[in-house]
Design a protein around this ligand. Structure first.
Ligand code: SF4
Ligand code: SF4
Length: 204
């Protein structure tokens, strides 16, 4: 078994099976995609009736997406745009009589889209920022790096309430990016960095 030495102490490297990160495999063969259970879907539509994204966006419909999954019809530009409307709330899973997980199939397509470089620029930027935050601080979201303008589609009220978030945090006695009471232990941060390096992350 080899070891990894780039950051911190050596750790043994186990062979990692990359089920979802293979650019060349079709989504239909992807383990995460299969776990959506699309083959069991009976097109009843309960997922759509409880879907938060379907409530917000007229063109988003998890039942219809599951139908496309069944027919391996997931390679269009339209699908590549639709998948970013899913908020991964998993109401679809809770309501499905067949224990399907439309959101999981969508997540698999989102991952493929990012790794293939097909995701919209704002998603690529968010993905980069999350990885950078994780690498530097061991934290995915930091208040100072949140894109408040992306909340506009949730309505004027949400946008207005969020716009002063930084000031509100400070007025409550929090420092800008203090998202934990205790900082991540150095040893854990080194492990996070090693995992990122092993999976191809490079700090720009
Ligand atoms: S609730 Fe389940 S079975 Fe019904 S359409 Fe949605 S995924 Fe298919
Ligand atoms: S996980 Fe996505 S598809 Fe499922 S209910 Fe939530 S927003 Fe809709």
């Amino acid at each position: 078994m080899s070891t990894h030495q780039k950051s911190g102490k050596n750790i043994p490297i186990r062979k990692i099976k990359r089920f979802t990160l293979n650019n060349t495999s079709k989504p239909i063969n992807d383990m995460l995609f299969k776990k959506s259970g699309f083959k069991k879907c009976i097109q009843c539509g309960r997922c759509t009736a409880s879907c938060t994204a379907a409530y917000l966006y007229q063109d988003y419909n998890p039942r219809e997406l599951m139908r496309k999954f069944i027919f391996d019809d997931v390679y269009s530009k339209e699908i590549n745009e639709l998948i970013w409307k899913c908020g991964q709330c998993y109401s679809c899973r809770a309501r499905c009589p067949r224990n399907c997980k439309a959101g999981l199939g969508v997540q698999s397509l989102q991952l493929k889209s990012v790794f293939n470089g097909n995701a919209p620029p704002e998603i690529i930027n968010i993905s980069k920022q999350i990885k950078l935050n994780l690498y530097k601080y061991g934290i995915t979201f930091l208040p100072s790096t949140q894109r408040i303008d992306l909340l506009e589609e949730f309505g004027v009220k949400t946008n207005d309430q969020s716009i002063e978030n930084s000031k509100k945090r400070e007025s409550l006695g929090f420092k800008m990016d203090m998202t934990r009471i205790n900082p991540l232990p150095e040893e854990s941060l080194q492990e996070v960095r090693q995992i990122l390096e092993l999976t191809g992350f490079v700090e720009d």
